[in-house]
Design a binder for this molecule. Structure first.
Ligand SMILES: CC(C)=CCC/C(C)=C/CC/C(C)=C/COP(=O)(O)O
Length: 286
């Protein structure tokens, strides 16, 4: 099936055809054979142009097999499978851009505490309190204090692993933020305290990863009464919601952050430092 972009007027008469790559339009000659060293995405675009497809269809099967094209013809498959293969990336792209548009729209609608004169500006101090409750510094300081004060081996083990988990969280979130580099929403006021340079990026929400990881940690390792367990879950949810209401994040940053924090807890469990491991480590360094 021809792609909508192939319906441009320049396709007849051997004139250059416009192809799009990452939103930038590039000329492709119909008279020149396909350059085998072309990037795969260009080959895909060229192949989806109806005129090019006609030219390719007129080639003998032997030539098509030898063309080295990445469209699946190398295996001698017919056009229906080729079309299916070429359609999928466009469908994924359309689905992703729709999701992104919904995300941006929803995040803007929910960013009702982004500044004092926003519609819910009066709730902003409460949201900032939730922000502090999920910040790295109070969590690291509190865990270090409990580790220092704990007089049981079991307590020290739990606190030490929570501390390691918090450090791991900072590192992993920093790496993902530096790789993805998604800007914070335009309506955010950058008035957060104690941030790293990567914290100018929003994906994923570090508060959401920490809340999810610590929430799971607390529920698994601290014997809490049912009302307290509900309170922990409520706190996790409210920390996430407050990120979007403050305009710090888009919804997808928080949703991904929750998922990442949930997985990080599994990693903490896998890397769990037992007193024996610790003694071994300390013994080696001594
Ligand atoms: C000991 C040590 C390295 C402490 C650093 C703690 C620190 C500055 C954490 C940053 C927490 C933060 C502002 C994360 C950003 O959260 P988002 O939800 O806005 O991504």
């Amino acid at each position: 099936m021809p792609s909508p972009k192939a319906k441009n007027p320049g396709r007849s008469g051997g004139s250059p055809v416009l192809g799009s790559s990452n939103g930038r339009y590039e000329f492709m000659s119909l008279t020149k054979p396909l350059n085998r060293s072309s990037p795969p995405h260009l080959l895909q675009r060229q192949g989806s142009d109806p005129t090019t497809a006609r030219l390719r269809a007129s080639e003998s099967p032997t030539r098509r097999r030898g063309s080295g094209s990445s469209t699946g013809s190398a295996s001698g498959q017919g056009p229906p499978e080729e079309d299916g293969i070429r359609l999928n990336p466009s469908l994924i792209r359309v689905a992703l851009s729709s999701l992104l548009a919904i995300d941006l729209w929803l995040s803007k609608q929910l960013g009702v505490c982004a500044c004092e004169d926003s519609s819910w500006g009066s709730v902003r101090p409460l949201m900032k309190l939730l922000e502090i409750s999920g910040h790295g510094i109070p969590w690291l300081a509190g865990t270090a204090y409990c580790l220092y004060k704990s007089d049981s081996a079991a307590g020290q083990e739990v606190m030490l692993n929570l501390f390691m988990g918090l450090l791991l969280d900072l590192i992993l979130v920093g790496i993902v933020k530096a790789l993805v580099r998604r800007r914070r929403p335009a309506h955010n006021r950058m008035d957060m305290f104690a941030t790293f340079s990567v914290d100018r990026y929003s994906f994923p929400s570090g508060h959401a990863t920490r809340a999810a990881m610590c929430g799971r940690f607390l529920l698994a390792h601290l014997v809490l009464a049912a009302p307290l367990r509900v309170l922990v879950l409520l706190w996790v949810g409210l920390v996430g919601l407050s990120r979007v209401m403050l305009g710090r994040h888009n919804v997808t940053d928080v949703v991904f952050g929750f998922w990442m924090g949930y997985c990080q807890y599994n990693l903490v469990e896998m890397l769990w430092l037992s007193p024996q491991t610790l003694q071994g480590l300390l013994g080696q360094s001594a």
